[in-house]
Design a protein around this ligand. Sequence first.
Ligand SMILES: NC(=O)C1=CN([C@@H]2O[C@H](COP(=O)(O)OP(=O)(O)OC[C@H]3O[C@@H](n4cnc5c(N)ncnc54)[C@H](OP(=O)(O)O)[C@@H]3O)[C@@H](O)[C@H]2O)C=CC1
Ligand SMILES: CC[C@H]1OC(C)=C(O)C1=O
Length: 331
Amino acid sequence: ASASSSSSPAVKTAEAGVVVPATMKAWAYDDYGDASVLRLDEAVAVPAVGEDQVLVRVAAAALNPVDSKRRAGKFKASDSPLPTVPGYDVAGVVVKIGSKVKSLKEGDEVYGNINEKALEGPKQSGSLAEYTAVEEKLLALKPKNLDFAQAAGLPLAIETAHEGLERAGFSAGKSILVLGGAGGVGSLAIQLAKHVFGASKVAATASTPKLEFLKNLGADVAIDYTKDNFDEQPEKYDVVFDAVGQGEKAVKVVKEGGSVVVLTGAVTPPGFRFVVTSDGSVLEKLNPYLESGKVKPLVDPKGPFAFSQVVEAFSYLETGRATGKVVISPI
Ligand SMILES: NC(=O)C1=CN([C@@H]2O[C@H](COP(=O)(O)OP(=O)(O)OC[C@H]3O[C@@H](n4cnc5c(N)ncnc54)[C@H](OP(=O)(O)O)[C@@H]3O)[C@@H](O)[C@H]2O)C=CC1
Ligand SMILES: CC[C@H]1OC(C)=C(O)C1=O
């Protein structure tokens, strides 16, 4: 994808590189609420670039449940001011760099999760826009074998999967049960556990139509939660990774001394919950697995959704049935 599109007035001039416009197209909301509060604004101010930030011409963005929860006002106490341009995940091209940027340069193709702490002051101007400003440390160079849509679907979900496995002390030879294996985070947790951390056994839950999908990701056992209750089976696991909100049941199937990592919902000891931290160095560490194809991005086949279809894309994500990631591309 080029650094500019027909909709973007950014133009390349010989002496000045890419000329960045003062305003851009972006999705925004002025009040908290459901997807109906979203509006496509034709003239939002292009965000200023801090000294440690780069300006990215957005080629693709991905949706996360945290976008919906934030828009519903669940985190308003620690949110940035309204109006909000939502979006955490971005893939695109660097068009401007701050004075203290060390390694990125204009023209670099990058991807990342633009909010270092997902719930603490997420950026007012997010990635569902033609441009977004991001700290260099939150970005990595996009794997060359992935297109922008595939790359945009990775950052927050793969950083969550990786951080959850690390915090759970997961390591080679251990067994894991992933609750919610077909979702954005779960589908990457299965792959990282199996192909990066060296799991001895990966089990995962999903509904009937998605069991083969789990196996193709690397799951040794696919549990159909519409027919079997994972917490009524004798098997115990070193780690249970809950991406559904079943922490109270999860603790029933963890081995003595094992870990239960919970992404959402109530936490029952020994379970623990964390909130993902964005970190470009994690993406850089995982890039070789993405470039080799050992770990694959999963874009929900209902997408990618056009930039004009963001409301429809959120409505689909909010059904709780997405397989892999809901991606918006091109932007
Ligand atoms: N704490 C943190 O830092 C983070 C928390 N989260 C939270 O984790 C949760 C998952 O996020 P994400 O993966 O992006 O969500 P998704 O919207 O991608 O999850 C959708 C998937 O969930 C599966 N699913 C729904 N219900 C069940 C169930 N009862 N058992 C098994 N699978 C089920 C669906 O499969 P099927 O159609 O087969 O039911 C579907 O494929 C969300 O609540 C999110 O807010 C996410 C990232 C970071
Ligand atoms: C309380 C966890 C919260 O943080 C993120 C990023 C989500 O998706 C959540 O539900």
